[in-house]
Design a protein around this ligand. Sequence first.
Ligand code: PFF
Length: 451
Amino acid sequence: MEEKREGFGSRIGFILAAAGSAVGLGNIWRFPYLAAKYGGGIFLLTYLILVVSFGFSLMVTEISLGRKTGKSVIGAYKQADKRFGFLGPVAALVPFIITPYYCVIGGWVIKYLVTFASGQAQSATDDGYFGGFISQFGEPSVYFIIFAVLTAAVVIFGVEKGIENVSKILMPVLVVLSIGIAVYTMTLPGAGAGVKYYILPDFKGFTVIKFMKTIVAAMGQLFYSMSLAMGIMVTYGSYMRKQDSIEKSTRQISFFDTLIAIIAGLIIVPSVFIFSGGDEAALNAGPGLMFVTLPKVFDSMRGGHIAGCAFFVLVAFAALTSSVSLLETMVSIITEKFGLKRAGSTAICLVIVFVMGMLSVMGYSNLSEVTIFGYQILDFFDFISNNIMMPIVALLTCILIGYIVKPKYIEDETTLNGEKFRSKGLYEIMTKFVCPVFMIIILLTPFIAEI
Ligand code: PFF
């Protein structure tokens, strides 16, 4: 028998849960290293412009599509237009690929939290600490399983009792923690120069090629950070109350998401800047910035162990509310497809997460020799979802809305409660012209880079 569709109990509950989905490792782990790598202020400025134009439009589309159809991503696309029904399963596949490896990284965060909380921060400053940890099989698996089970524990309680209630507690804590740590790091001696590097665009030595690369990186980050093009916002939209404003909610979710990313950068970039004396190589540490460089920074500060501990609590909370949204999207698909109860679908999804997550764990240990198109297993999952599948989903979604069902299909949903869709003009231009062109550029970039 099919379960009655659940929903969020309040507008603030929806906003916090959707913001909880958006604010995650993408904001705290990925955004700061990209900003540091792509020239600080220029990346920041590019990203901000993309959020209010491109990110805004795609999020309005997804939330409206979910709310209008009341379906998970598979049913939603089919209902909009039968010929685009195939897009549902493609979008649905994305969380099935991302959730397992996301939980593996969530496990790494728990490991660092335990290290800092047990007063062993010093050991995390060794150069080989991170590499040594992930190249084992046992410990990363245990932390991965802990993180995945925690995620499932929230999802199993359902939309209102589980996701909404947990988000209502964790999200305010997250904001307070992040502001507190940022204020602390910015008052450290010498932080000013780092803040300047991070915030002020410096156009010296900036070439067109560099600028193109920055745009592509910022756009990839936008999908990742705003949880777009993978069915999450369609799913959450389907739980949204009809009387609430989609446009206003989208603005608030994007604001929240961007705010936390900027604050995370304010914590990480100036501290690494002070620690390294403004050395470009340290700022360009890439994905290792949070796990390798930052522990050294915390260890070198006065009170840094407490700040480090608070920081990893922050990251763990952010990662948890995001992995909950990823798992919830999987669960909603399985529930709808097979007519199962929530507990049963959650159990099935957890098994899938275990199996695929273990592959990612082993990709750094037992299977470290295995590469797919030159990528390690976890990186391959990340590449195929973010660089290929998500731009394809976004491109086809824009074509579906812009040219097949027409923007009015979405606009009707946004104006359902008599409210005016204030950004209608921007929305149409983005959906019909700008977004599709950007998506094609993203899809072509690996080939252009090759040439
Ligand atoms: N938006 C979340 C984050 O920034 O971490 C969760 C997430 C969604 C991560 C989609 C990755 C992803 F591809």
